[in-house]
Design a protein around this ligand. Structure first.
Ligand code: BG6
Length: 529
């Protein structure tokens, strides 16, 4: 296990900043914990990009507003576009206003925060240019620095090398990198190797923003904070698991990236596989970051490779065509700006994943994700086995729904978005003189159960970076194991010429996805609604 860097005593502030050793995932009690944070410098490479504008600066503003980033901290945006500090601040002022709700936005606080933000036009991979930051850092030489690499992955290695050569990395530095880390196992390994030559693994924070979502963290609490589910969480009790991440958005203005990625690399290799790991992993011994990540790694190692022709049977690729979403007509993928006219890049994937271990042998995990789907919805469905013997089957009168005596098996639905919550569907008796049963849900709506604002995924993860807590970040071996499994599918698609099936925007994906489950007599939730 790699240990976290010990705080350099010279960084000791009047208020004790703790590099947590008993790091655990986010919980309401940890937010705003009494240990006061110390001043930081946060350097954002790709400082005027989409991610910086849509997520990073708004999240940093929120953390600043809530006192998680102290007053004198500084943010440096780095990019190759010529821009003055004032122009950059104006751009970010707009991004912050757009990226926060009216209740969260406070112009005075935003201005105070923006006064701590500067912009530097430079190439982060060029030593001479990056070196010009020396005097700026020298004004506060002892501050821990976080370098956020919101850049294409090919720059991760070169930027780390340049940071190292400029002497800007020390034991208190952290480097945050965004997915996708590479586009296959070989490129991911090369990137990880380049980074490791300049900074310790414990200082590298690989973001998968899905792990920062409240309900995703709640999965750990649900499974390991309650005795109820664990005995049932296995083959023999669970019939199948479905993980859906559906978006209504299309590719938007990201075609140049998306054309090189597709849904498998963009969503499955990271977000969906991470969700699968949290559902399938064994109970970790503790919430120590490596304890959790070791268990996730075991799941990754147990994923059955989808090899050769089995890609046809176990996976479905799709691409959206023109249609309507929420009453608005939308283009097909092919007609989006920047997409090649003959592009076969998938905007949808569904698949059956098998986990070869004692707990899950024979239990299918169905994953699916797509753009321009019927609705924005991310959820995990755990479908339990039906009762072994139905004592209601011979009852006359039926359930009032035309299905005499039918019993729906229990189903646990963990909703990640839009409305975060947990629902347990069970059969209950309908009031009245007949013994009629009906599926009804025990509903936990997180927004109404807990008052107050919860942290967004990026806030949560940025906060964890500043605290040095890597629990919710991907370790190098996890990323590489996920790529190793994904590579088989990519190869299978290529070798067996698996083309995308069209699906109409606003639908639930290609009809072939229904057959994927139909083979096992299973259905997607919308097909039996
Ligand atoms: C990103 C993908 O990682 O996740 C995007 O690159 C996708 O293509 C996004 O739209 C979805 O995130 P969320 O949090 O909106 O579900």
């Amino acid at each position: 296990m790699s240990s976290l860097p010990l705080p350099d005593p010279k960084f000791a502030d009047t208020a004790p900043y703790r590099y947590p050793t008993d790091t655990g995932p986010a919980s309401a009690t940890r937010v705003g914990s009494p240990s006061a944070p110390i001043e930081l410098d946060i350097v954002v490479f790709g400082g005027h990009g989409d991610l910086a504008q849509k997520k990073l600066l708004p999240s940093l503003y929120e953390l600043y507003r809530d006192g998680h980033i102290p007053e004198q901290s500084r943010v440096v945006g780095i990019g190759r576009k010529a821009m003055t500090d004032d122009e950059y601040r104006a751009m970010m002022a707009e991004a912050i206003e757009q990226g926060t709700t009216a209740a969260e936005y406070n112009r005075d606080v935003a201005n105070r925060f923006l006064a701590r933000v500067v912009y530097r036009e430079l190439d982060g991979a060029d030593e001479t240019q990056l070196g010009t930051l020396g005097p700026f850092f020298a004004e506060a030489p002892n501050r821990p620095r976080t370098y956020y690499l919101a850049t294409p992955p090919r720059l991760f290695g070169p930027i780390c090398r340049t940071l190292g050569r400029c002497g800007f990395l020390n034991a208190a530095s952290r480097v945050v990198i965004e997915k996708p880390i590479g586009r296959d196992l070989a490129s991911a390994r090369a990137i990880n190797q380049q980074i490791s030559e300049h900074i310790d693994e414990a200082q590298v924070f690989r973001i998968d923003h899905y792990l920062g979502k409240e309900t995703v963290q709640n999965l750990l609490c649900l499974r390991f904070g309650n005795a109820l589910f664990e005995p049932l969480w296995r083959r023999g009790r669970i019939e199948y698991v479905q993980i859906t991440v559906a978006e209504t958005l299309g590719v938007e203005d990201r075609a140049p990236y998306y054309e090189t990625a597709g849904a498998l690399r963009d969503m499955v290799q990271n977000h969906l596989i991470q969700l699968l790991c949290l559902v399938a992993m064994e109970p970790p011994a503790s919430l120590h970051p490596d304890s959790v990540r070791d268990e996730k790694l075991k799941v990754l190692s147990a994923l059955r490779p989808i090899i050769g022709e089995t890609v046809r049977e176990k996976t479905v690729r799709g691409q959206y065509t023109a249609g309507a979403i929420g009453g608005r007509s939308v283009n097909g993928y092919i007609d989006e700006a920047g997409v090649a006219p003959d592009s076969d890049v998938e905007t949808y994937v569904s698949m059956q994943v098998d986990i070869d271990n004692w707990r899950w042998a024979g239990i299918p995990f169905y994953l699916r994700t797509g753009k321009r789907m019927h609705e924005r919805l991310s959820e995990i469905i755990v479908q339990f086995e039906p009762v072994p013997h139905n004592i209601f089957s011979n009852r006359t009168g039926g359930n009032g729904d035309g299905r005499p005596g039918a019993l729906d098996a229990n189903r646990l639905v963990i909703r990640l978005q839009p409305d975060e919550g947990i629902r347990l569907q069970m059969m209950v008796k309908q009031p009245g003189r007949h013994m009629r049963l009906k599926p009804v849900s025990l509903d936990l709506n997180l927004a109404t159960a807990f008052a107050g604002r919860s942290l967004s995924a990026y806030e949560r993860l940025l906060l964890d970076v500043t605290r040095g807590d890597p629990t919710l970040f991907m370790r190098r071996d996890e990323v590489e194991a996920a790529w190793s499994w994904t590579d088989h599918i990519l190869r299978g698609w290529e070798e067996h010429e698996v083309r995308c099936k069209p699906y109409v925007s606003g639908s639930w994906g290609p009809s072939k996805a229904v057959q994927l489950l139909g083979r096992n007599q299973h259905t997607w939730p919308e097909d039996n609604a």
